[in-house]
Each structure stands twice: as C-alpha cells, then as structure tokens.
Design a protein around this ligand. Structure first.
Ligand code: C2E
Ligand code: CA
Ligand code: CA
Ligand code: CA
Length: 278
C-alpha cells in the first residue's frame, strides 16, 4: 500500500521534538524522590459573596523543580496521569490538604477545604478508602472537605462512578463540578449526579464585563444551579467590579486574585487567620 509505505518516512519536527524531550524530562523528575521534596500545596482563599468573609480555601498543587523551575500544575498533573502516578500523587495531596485544614480549624472552626481530584483518581478502585483514610488520619470532619472534579469525569462509565460519588456523599463529603461550562454535555449531569456545588468556568467570568452575552450566560447558569439546589462558586474574580456584579447575580462564593492569590501555608496562616480572625 502506498499509504503504509509513506508512513515509514519520518520527518523531523522541532516543536514536537522539544515537547517530547520536556515530557521525558518531566516523567523522570516526577518519578524521582526529589520530586516529593519540591512538591507543595498552596491555598487560595474562598469568601462568602455576601460579606466577603473567609469560608475556606482551595488547595492548589505547586512544583518548583530544581532543574526546570516552576512547572504549571496542569502540565505535571497530566504527566502524572499519563505515567500512572496520579493515584499516589492524588493521595498525597488529599492527605496534606486534610492535615492542613484540620490544623486551620483550630484557628477558624468552620474552615472548609476544596481539593482538586483528577477523574482518573476517582475511577481508581481504592479512591473511597483513600478519602476515608485522609479524613481519619487528619481528624478532619467529612463535611469540611469538598472535592472538585471537572466534567471530564463524565466520560467514564456511569454506573460504578455514580455509586462511588454517592458513597462519598453519604460520608458527608461535598462534591463540586469544576470549570462548569468548559466541557461536555454539562446540563445532563447537573441532575442525576450528587453534586452540591458548581464552579463557573473562569473564562465566562473573565470576559463578562466586555461581552454582554457572557453576562447573560453567567446569570442564567446561576439561576439554573440555584433552581436545582446547587451552590454557585465564581472563580477568577480579579476585580472589585466583577465581585460586585457576581454578588448581585446571586453567586454564593467568590474566589480570585481580587481577594487573594494562592498562598503558601504559613503566609495563609499569617494573612488570613492572624489576629483575632480565629
Ligand atoms: P482550577 O481547579 O480551575 O484552579 C483554579 C486556577 O485558577 C488556579 O490555577 C488558580 O491559581 C487560578 N486562579 C485563581 N484565581 C484567579 C484569578 O483571579 N485570575 C486568574 N487568572 N487565575 C486565577 P493553578 O493553580 O495554576 O491550577 C491550574 C489547574 O491545575 C487547576 O485549575 C486544576 O485543574 C489543576 N490543579 C491544580 N492543583 C491540582 C491538584 O492538586 N490536583 C489536580 N488533580 N489538579 C490540580
Ligand atoms: Ca478547582
Ligand atoms: Ca476551575
Ligand atoms: Ca481549570
């Protein structure tokens, strides 16, 4: 076949070469013991839209490699997924985040922690056990833990997934759909699944002031979510103007640079929980 024959010729593509080389490097680095020393979590405050008081935070993975510098989380999370390390890394993230939150609750008793979980982590057979262990080890009550998952989760087989999510919900853990509106078949999953929160995708929020169509869309998403009994979180809130608008629209929780960037744990303690805020 002419086609098969042609495919034998390989052309050098510098961009692809660079990407592949970086991937291989990242793979080697993530698998090394050094990674565990370089890896950390930062925490971004989440505030109540009504009074702008701190209600919780989102744990965000950070990796500053000795060799390559700061690696964007979506990039190294994807590599960890590809090489089958996400279950282990995800477990570490959950444990760290739960321990931190349990500590912070001694200063701010109602503090809630949101942890991002990869769809592949949830699909893993031990996921429920991993969540239960992280709670038991840290002493964090289940109701203080929120798990954020993206719509990509919905590409997996529905039945076993539903059972897992319901089990987690029965423990008291709250489930949030992250990046709502950026992915697939969103509306369908608002009803059947045990989600209690919806995080509006940042791209909607960011362009709301310049594109009136987006504003209408966000308003409609908030109403829809509320009519289904879901709480609404807006993230990517960068300006006071956006904060005011989103509050007027009825968003329940706000998160963004306008309130604070993600902070290392000690800075979070000092800035957010210092003084008499406990
Ligand atoms: P995400 O879950 O949607 O997290 C929110 C992202 O928006 C974070 O980026 C945060 O730093 C950024 N952000 C927050 N407020 C603002 C704002 O006002 N303006 C702008 N421009 N950005 C804002 P980050 O930390 O780079 O994380 C990117 C993504 O990586 C996350 O998106 C999440 O999908 C993934 N990720 C991060 N940590 C973890 C983790 O521990 N586990 C998993 N599975 N994924 C993670
Ligand atoms: Ca998130
Ligand atoms: Ca998000
Ligand atoms: Ca995202």
């Amino acid at each position: 076949h002419a086609q098969r024959h042609r495919s034998r010729y390989l052309f050098f593509d510098p961009l692809k070469y660079e990407t592949t080389t970086r991937r291989l490097k990242l793979t080697a680095l993530i698998s090394s013991a050094q990674f565990l020393e370089e890896f950390e979590l930062h925490y971004q405050p989440i505030v109540d839209a009504k009074d702008k008081k701190l209600v919780g935070c989102e744990a965000l993975a950070r990796w500053c490699s000795d060799e390559l510098g700061q690696i964007p989380p979506p990039e190294f999370i994807e590599v960890a997924e590809e090489i089958g390390l996400i279950a282990g890394l995800g477990e570490l993230i959950l444990q760290k985040a739960c321990l931190q939150a349990a500590h912070w609750r001694t200063l701010a008793p109602n503090m809630i922690i949101s942890v991002n979980v990869s769809p592949l982590q949830i699909v893993d057979a031990h996921f429920q056990q991993i969540v239960e262990n992280a709670l038991a080890l840290s002493g964090l009550p289940a109701c203080a833990l929120k798990l954020e998952v993206t719509e990509q989760l919905m590409l997996h087989d529905e039945e076993p997934l539903m059972e897992k999510l319901r089990y987690l919900q029965s423990l008291g853990v709250r489930l949030a759909i992250d990046d709502f509106g950026s992915g697939y078949a969103s509306l369908n999953y608002l009803c059947g699944y045990p989600f209690e929160l919806l995080k509006i995708d940042q791209s909607f929020v960011r362009h709301m002031l310049s594109e009136p169509g987006r504003e209408t869309l966000v308003r409609t998403i908030v109403q829809l979510a509320h009519s289904l009994g879901l709480e609404v979180v807006a993230e990517g809130v960068e300006s006071n103007e956006l904060s005011v608008l989103l509050t007027e629209m009825g968003c329940d929780l706000l998160q963004g640079y306008c309130f604070s960037r993600p902070l290392p744990p000690q800075t979070f303690t000092d800035q957010m929980l210092g003084g008499d805020s406990g």
